[in-house]
Structure formats: C-alpha cells, structure tokens
Design a protein around this ligand. Structure first.
Ligand code: AMO
Length: 439
C-alpha cells in the first residue's frame, strides 16, 4: 500500500499507550502542540492528547523533504496528526520519541497564545478566563478538573450506596428559598420568575414519595460582592432524608467527605503530585462546636461580637490558633439568622442547624426542617414572607409530611478545600460572577 496516498488519519495510539515495546514501529498520533523548542538543526515538538503527551523530533535529513514547507506552519496549539516511527530515547521525557514520516495539520493556530501552557498559576485570571478553553489546556487546570470529575463521581457513588436516589428539580422557580436578596429575576412569558437559589423546597417535598433524595445541580445567587469564594452560578450537592434529624445527616456528610478524599487519593495520584497537594488530614468524627461556645471564644479573644451575629470568615481566622481548623461543624445556630424552614430547638432561640467548615471556608449548611404546617407558617410570618406565594409548597404539608433533614454542599467550595485553590473561579470551567457573563 502506498502510505502517502492513504488518507485515513485515524489515531492508532494515545500517547500513554506508546512505550519502548513499540520501538521501530509506525504509529499515528493525533493531538495539539503544547511546546516547540529548537536546538541547532533539531525541532522538539510536544504533542498532547487527552491522556498525556509525547515528544516529536524534527531533525533535518531525518524527515522527508516533503515536510519542509509544512514545518514552519506549526505553532503552539495547532492540531495535528502525525504518522511516524517510535524510537527509544532515554533522554526524551517518556523515554520515547516519534520521528515523523508524514503529518497532516488539522487546524492551524493563527495567533500566539498569551497563555503559557506549562505555567502553574499562569497570567492574570481575567486574561485566562477570556480564553478559558485554551487556559483549560494547562496541566494545572487539567489536574484540577480531573479531581473535580472524581469528586462528582464519588459523591454520586456514595449517596447511591447510602440509598439515596438522584432527582432533578426545576431551575426556574416562583419564589425565593434562601431569602430574596440574592435572587435573579427573569421573564417567564408574561410573569416574573427567578433562577433557583437551591432545590430546597422541592427536595423537601420529594421526601414524601422517595424518602431519601439527592441532587447535583446549579444554584444561582446574585452575589453583589467580588470575593474569591462566591459565584453567581455554583454547583450544589443537595440531600434530603425522611425520618431523620440533623445529627444523622451530619454523619452522612462527614462520611461522604471521607469517601471523596479516599477516592481522590486513589484515583488522582499523578494530579495530586503535579499540584504538589497533600490532601487534608481528616479526623473522624469532625469536631462539633456549638455556635454559642464559639461566640464566647471570640469574645474571649477580644472580638466585639454578640450572640445572634453571623460569624465572619475573618473572625474565624482568629480562632485558628485555638485549634478551630481543618473540617469541623458549627452547630445550633440562632434561629433568627437561619432560613424559615429550619427547625428551632425547644428553646426556640437556637435551631437544629449546622455549617460544615474547612478552616474558615463554609462548605455546607444543613438542618432538621420544620415538617409541621402551622409551625412553618408561623416562622414564615415572623420572617415577613408572603404566605400566599408559598401556597404551592404549604399545601402538601396537609398530607403527612415526614420529619426530615438535609444539607447543601457547595461543590466548588469542597474542591477549593481539597485542591488548596484560593480562587473559586479556578475550579469552574466557565465561571459566572458580578463582572463576568462570558465566555
Ligand atoms: P446555603 O445558602 O448555605 O444553604 O448554601 C449551601 C452551600 O452552597 C454553597 N454556596 C455557594 N458557593 C459558591 N458561590 C455562592 N454564591 C454560594 N452560595 C452558596 C456553599 C454553601 O455552604 N438550602 C440550603 C442548604 C440546606 O439546608 O439543605 C442552602 O442553600 O458551599
């Protein structure tokens, strides 16, 4: 067969499948060029595919003369298919290199990219986000998103094993669940509607029919501030469990964090090595601090904070030296600063609620919910909510709503804690924040 006339450029091997056992054999590799270096008469190309990369050597007198006019066209990022011979080369990064016999440029790179592929942190985040698809080619982000994939899969796996079924609830909704301030209004035919802040009310209703449900989906928050931990569109891992109270779902949450950590440790060894990450040590069970005790501790270190105030991230920093670090729960918050659906304790002033923290980052909130209709209506009135707007929700409480509890865990916040990432935007493919609506 005349090879040069054979126009099938189907990949025969991924980079990871080429080793010294193929020495002297011909292969077709396909991918994009991540680096080009030149030493005297030799050009070293690195060709990346989804599993890794391989060195390609273009040495004058070694490649066919027909390639001479094509070679100058190759720039970093170009997509290319190469038919070439495998050669063992101890000095090459993987101990092997490819000597092209023929190649086909599949897509030229018309510009030099401002993004340096090999760089860990790269250039400014805005320049990177403007060209996010290119930025995502960097091994730094490739590693983070491989870990994200493991985290998502392992949460799903864990919850299925625990007897939860996966549900999908509407993202276009009629009323606020987490307080009105962070709602995104939208046009819905001739009415106003909103993007969902959380699947809260739907997951609660679904406990009537399915008992244990979970959802992994987008939540939308109109966060007016520019911080490194808030997104306008985030991913939430929500669960709701019938016939349970908050201690039970806290146990599920801490077991899930354990499971996720072990899976990442097992499945992402090379990514963790590349990122130079040591996964957080996890003690089991997580420490549980009562809100009231933390307020006292903060007052003791001179903070002017009152019972009933929210505990800011800055204030929690002051307690780090007092051993309040790693993963821990803050439990029994004041009823007045938690949403209407959270069940008050018998004292009334505190509620059966928790936040899961990592250092001073809030990862999750959860609680026992009010399942008694009249109690719920009372709480809603106290919070000044329009009862009529919640009729679609309240009406199902007339039919034996089971006691239930649940939590919402921010996927991106969890990833920040696992991957030691400071800016939440780096664990989202295409982040949305107050300044950014594209790409
Ligand atoms: P909450 O409002 O505390 O609780 O949200 C739960 C978790 O979601 C994540 N999160 C965010 N992540 C990034 N950017 C944001 N703007 C953002 N807002 C929230 C956080 C947070 O801990 N319905 C309840 C949960 C429940 O009780 O089941 C709720 O939404 O990690």
């Amino acid at each position: 067969m005349n090879r040069s006339k054979d126009k099938t450029w189907k990949r025969t091997h991924y980079s990871k499948n080429i080793d010294t056992s193929l020495n002297g054999k011909e292969v077709i590799i396909v991918g994009w060029i991540s680096s080009i270096r030149e030493h005297s008469n030799v050009k070293f190309l690195t060709l990346n595919d989804r599993f890794g990369n391989i060195q390609v050597i273009l040495k004058k007198n070694e490649y066919p003369a027909s390639l001479t006019s094509e070679i100058p066209k190759i720039r970093e990022h170009a997509s290319i298919a190469i038919r070439g011979k495998v050669r063992s080369e101890p000095k090459a990064p993987n101990g092997i290199e490819i000597i092209p016999v023929e190649f086909k440029i599949l897509s030229l790179a018309n510009k030099n990219s401002p993004i340096v592929i090999q760089s860990r942190k790269g250039i400014g985040i805005d320049t990177r986000l403007d060209l996010r698809a290119i930025d995502l080619r960097r091994p730094y982000l490739q590693s983070i998103f491989s870990i994200r994939y493991t985290v998502l899969n392992s949460c799903r796996e864990f919850l299925r094993k625990e007897g939860f079924i996966e549900v999908n609830t509407p993202k276009i909704i009629a009323t606020a669940t987490e307080g009105g301030a962070t709602l995104f209004p939208i046009f819905y035919y001739d009415r106003e509607a909103f993007l969902t802040q959380s699947p809260q009310l739907y997951k609660e209703q679904l406990t009537m029919a399915f008992e244990n449900v979970f959802e992994i989906g987008p939540i939308f928050r109109a966060e007016p501030s520019r911080t490194n931990r808030h997104l306008s569109e985030a991913t939430s891992i929500d669960i709701e469990k019938a016939y349970a109270e908050y201690n039970e779902v806290m146990e599920i949450l801490e077991s899930m964090i354990h499971y996720v950590r072990d899976e990442v440790k097992d499945k992402n060894k090379s990514h963790l090595e590349y990122l130079k990450i040591k996964l957080p040590d996890i003690s089991f069970p997580f420490q549980r601090y009562r809100y009231s005790d933390l307020i006292e501790k903060l007052q003791n270190v001179g903070e002017s904070i009152e019972w009933g105030d929210d505990i800011s991230q800055q204030r929690l920093r002051n307690l780090h030296d007092k051993g309040i670090k790693n993963f821990y729960f803050i439990i029994d918050w004041p009823t007045s600063i938690k949403p209407f659906y959270v069940k008050p304790k018998s004292t009334g002033t505190e509620c059966e609620s928790f936040d899961l923290m990592y250092e001073n980052l809030e990862l999750s909130s959860g609680s026992t919910r009010i399942h008694d209709k009249s109690e719920l209506v009372e709480r809603m009135k106290k919070q000044g909510l329009n009862i009529d707007a919640f009729d679609f929700h309240l009406r199902v409480f007339d039919y034996g709503m089971p006691p239930h509890a649940g939590f919402g865990l921010g996927l991106e916040r969890l990833l920040m804690s696992i991957c030691s990432v400071d800016n939440i935007r780096d664990v989202v493919l295409f982040p949305r924040d107050i300044d950014r609506l594209s790409p």
